[in-house]
Design a protein around this ligand. Structure first.
Ligand SMILES: CC(C)CCC[C@@H](C)[C@H]1CC[C@H]2[C@@H]3CC=C4C[C@@H](O[C@@H]5O[C@H](CO)[C@@H](O)[C@H](O)[C@H]5O)CC[C@]4(C)[C@H]3CC[C@]12C
Length: 844
């Protein structure tokens, strides 16, 4: 089916839309869905029962150890496990673009307008639709209210004094992150409302992008032959739907702030919890021909008819002065703000609202340290910034939109790029903000290097980039609660290095600092059942900690495997260092990272037991595919190793270290020969060289090393690690088998495929599709001149996630061909930006 805006859609997200209205200023490109749409396919999260008998056998030990650990964590320590395998989030096919800038907390709205996913406590998600948080429209003609409607398709059991059940067939949602539009044709009214939601997420901007605010602009089109008075009312509960909302002591107060020729007024909702208190703020821009009115406090329980009739009577609210009393235990409080304007016959007008939340100081679960959020640099740490934040947002949002448009324009205007790709590229970016993201100031007394100097000196205690641009962390996944999981960030890092390079470098300094540190505390690793140290010196950590503990202080929240023995982490650090240098040309960064690169390469060298120049995997899942065993030299880790040697040669040359160059060159030459001999089978690189039945599986990610070389401007001449024709043949095999012979070529690339064209079911991860891996693979294909194949590969994932499975704004780590998915709202799919990096040098 071809839609009105020219896109070929496979899922007919708009086929229930009955109106002809296309809204005000809604772009053509993005993800569009009618509010009446229902996704047919309902998938379930991966659970232990989905493990085949053969795979269960190999995981019994892990299963028992995990169960014991889980019991202690949840029942004794009363904490949330970093991965809760017994309470995976069910699929709610409701999410839309989140509100807010980077690292100040997020409030996600659903595509039907609900306020439904909350991350105000750093890194901790709370999935709850707060039904009283709504926009309501009131139309008045000649002094009489003719129409008043909550702009929600819901029919909740509470608040029955409100007019619910707006007909979803007259509205659609359109997301082009960081903006989103909802177009409501008001049935029988000849009025169209377009709500534009804007968050300050602006590439290369390190100030406004940190602000915990969003703006809602309501464009009102009156197609009648008579004038109308239109009011929009914004209602908000003091809280997030959490049980804390009833803990007592919360209170609201109206405010008015006038400065620099601009005035805003609204209501502050002080949420006075002992841990991480905050203030929510609903506000509107004052203008001579707009009337702003409010209701400081109402109870969002019962029928709530009082508030409804208050607006119905005259299109405005009572506007009492003074604060509300603090709530008593068990009581909830909400506030309302209404803005009205006249809209002349056959003309348009607009109304502007903002939502801000101010939680300047945060503590993580362990509460050992207080952290200061980045935006406090501009708005202070006192917790009184909501009025100024709202004022700033309402004054600057047009500038934000200009910057966003300027940045998105070249992609949107490129007619050679398909629509789905434009949507994928911008909408997947939600995760930079909604990945439990925190962006904090580096404390004065912090020593990133842990007081440990590497052999060559090097790492500063307070690296300039962290001092100036702050500390950044995002979760591996909303459900996999570990910050900066490094083997996964390897894929996702393209978005950061291309759009906020200072944050990418800041994070690298943090990782470098933790490389040189150790934690000798012995702990049980659940897969092996062995005790070993939490952090070994001179290896890259798996992650920098759990937000329910004390991230940065205690790294490696992941305890499934001892990752000191993982083969990919160190290599991924080296590869990112050089890729980042190539893209930023920051030579101080290169100099600072060089000793760390050498240290981790030295650690890695120990994995070449037979000294043939090629590392070997250890016969367990010792890399990012942490449920897929690898034995001996392998395509994935061997390829990353050769690519790392290649960039070490390049960096040694740049830093005039000839002896070091020669040393890496020698290993690279020997390693390449071994790689070829042990893994090349004439068509592709075998999964591993164990010689077991599944060792000749076709791995979709077998060219990951080459991908990074290309992204770093290498991969040819002196800095070539893989023969071009072999890479091309391998990619062709992956396309033919993992993509086209899987799910009729419609779901991306399965991680592992047997040469005869059946998915490799030998492990719990080989028959999964990892969306982030697929986008990286597509980037590699495009760079190797296989544009059609690359686009087709990536399109399968985009359409599955966004159009078929109802997983918008929660792209998971993985799905299988049928029935299940794993780990919603995951970091890795940000790798879609790699397609954009490589396409820049291509006619694409
Ligand atoms: C005896 C029972 C019937 C069988 C029970 C089997 C289960 C205990 C295991 C079967 C599958 C396992 C899970 C597979 C994947 C996991 C992901 C992992 O974390 C992150 O995964 C990323 C890959 O997706 C990786 O790149 C990151 O570095 C990791 O941080 C955590 C473990 C697990 C959930 C794993 C746990 C045990 C099973 C459910």
């Amino acid at each position: 089916m071809t839609t009105d805006w020219g896109e070929k859609s496979t899922a007919d997200l708009m086929n229930k839309y009955v109106s002809k209205e296309m809204g005000y200023g809604v772009p053509r490109e993005g993800w569009r869905i009618c509010l009446a749409h229902e996704f047919k396919e309902k998938r379930k999260p991966f659970q232990a029962k989905d493990v085949s008998l053969a795979n269960a056998w190999g995981h019994i030990g892990l299963g028992i150890r995990y169960l014991k650990w889980w019991y202690k964590k949840t029942q004794v320590e009363k904490k949330a496990p970093f991965i809760d395998m017994f309470r995976a989030q069910p699929l709610r096919q409701i999410y839309g673009a989140p509100l807010g800038g980077i690292g100040g907390g997020t409030i996600t709205r659903g595509w039907r307008g609900e306020f439904c996913r909350w991350q105000l406590n750093p890194g901790m998600y709370h999935y709850k639709t707060v039904i009283a948080n709504q926009f309501t429209v009131c139309l008045r003609r000649g002094g009489q209210t003719v129409y008043q409607q909550v702009l929600s398709v819901e029919h909740p059991p509470t608040l029955q004094g409100w007019n619910w059940g707006y007909c979803g067939e007259y509205a659609f949602y359109h997301a082009l992150y960081p903006r989103a539009w909802t177009v409501y044709d008001l049935p029988g009214q000849n009025v169209t409302l377009t709500c534009r939601q804007i968050s300050p997420v602006i590439p290369h901007d390190y100030q406004d992008s940190s602000l915990p605010v969003a703006v809602f602009v309501w464009d009102i089109e009156n197609k009648n032959d008579y004038d109308l008075d239109v009011s929009i009312m914004f209602t908000m509960v003091n809280g997030s739907g959490h049980k804390d909302d009833k803990s007592g002591g919360h209170w609201n107060e109206p405010f008015h702030l006038e400065k620099e020729g601009e005035a805003v007024s609204g209501v502050l909702l002080h949420h006075c919890t002992t841990v991480n208190p905050y203030t929510l703020c609903i506000a509107a821009r004052e203008q001579p021909d707009r009337e702003v009115s409010h209701q400081t406090a109402f109870s969002p329980r019962g029928t709530c008819s009082g508030l409804w009739s208050d607006l119905l009577t005259d299109g405005r609210l009572d506007s009492p002065t003074g604060s509300s009393p603090p709530t008593t235990k068990g009581e909830k409080v909400a506030a309302a703000l209404a803005v009205s304007c006249s809209v002349l016959a056959q003309s348009c007008n607009n109304l502007e609202f903002s939502l801000a939340w101010d939680m300047p100081k945060i503590t993580f679960g362990a509460r050992e340290r207080e952290h200061i959020r980045r935006y406090t640099r501009y708005f202070g740490t006192k917790g009184d910034a909501s009025p100024s934040l709202s004022h700033y947002a309402l004054k600057h949002y047009r500038q934000w939109e200009n910057s966003i448009e300027e940045w998105q324009r070249p992609v949107l205007q490129d007619s050679s790029l398909p629509f789905w790709y434009k949507s994928a590229l911008f909408n997947e970016l939600y995760y930079v903000v909604d990945g439990g993201t925190v962006w904090t100031e580096l404390p004065e007394d912090a020593d990133v290097s842990g007081g440990v100097r590497s052999k060559d000196g090097g790492l500063p205690a307070q690296p300039t980039v962290i001092k100036e641009y702050g500390r950044f962390a995002y979760l591996e996944g909303q459900e996999y609660r570990m910050y900066n999981t490094y083997d996964v960030h390897f894929y996702a890092s393209f978005a950061l290095i291309m759009l906020w390079p200072k944050l990418a470098l800041s994070m690298q300094y943090d990782i470098a600092g933790s490389v040189v540190q150790h934690d000798h505390t012995e702990r049980l690793h659940l897969m092996s059942g062995q005790y070993s140290p939490v952090k070994t010196k001179n290896v890259v950590p798996h992650d920098i900690g759990d937000p329910d503990d004390e991230p940065w202080e205690r790294v490696n929240a992941y305890l499934i495997h001892d990752t000191a023995d993982w083969k990919d982490l160190n290599l991924k650090f080296v590869l990112q260092v050089y890729r980042d240098f190539h893209l930023t040309q920051d030579s101080q960064y290169l100099k600072d990272m060089w000793p760390i690169c050498k240290a981790v390469m030295e650690s890695e060298m120990k994995f070449d037991l037979d000294e043939d120049g090629l590392i070997e995997n250890s016969g367990y899942a010792d890399q990012t595919y942490d449920g897929w065993t690898v034995t001996g030299p392998s395509a994935y880790c061997g390829g990353l190793w050769l690519a790392s040697l290649c960039v070490m040669c390049k960096m040694a040359r740049l830093l005039d270290q000839e002896e070091t160059y020669q040393c890496y060159r020698d290993v690279l030459d020997r390693g390449s020969t071994a790689f070829d001999k042990l893994l090349w089978n004439g068509k592709y690189y075998n999964y591993d060289s164990s010689g077991r039945h599944f060792s000749n599986s076709v791995m979709s990610d077998q060219c990951a090393g080459h991908w990074f070389l290309r992204a770093s401007g290498l991969g040819e001449g002196e800095y070539q690690a893989f023969p071009k024709e072999k890479i091309q043949s391998a990619l062709k095999s992956v396309f033919d088998l993992n993509v086209m012979s899987f799910a009729e070529g419609q779901m991306g690339a399965v991680n592992g495929m047997r040469p005869e064209g059946v998915p490799d079911h030998s492990s719990v991860q080989s028959d999964e599709v990892w969306i982030g891996v697929v986008y990286g693979l597509a980037a590699t294909m495009i760079h190797e001149g296989m544009r059609e194949e690359g686009m087709r590969t990536a399109e399968g994932c985009y359409r599955s996630v966004w159009e078929k499975l109802g997983m918008a704004f929660q792209t998971p780590e993985a799905y299988c061909e049928k029935g299940i998915f794993r780990s919603l709202a995951y970091m890795r799919p940000l790798s879609v930006w790699a397609m954009q990096l490589l396409s820049a040098s291509h006619d694409f």
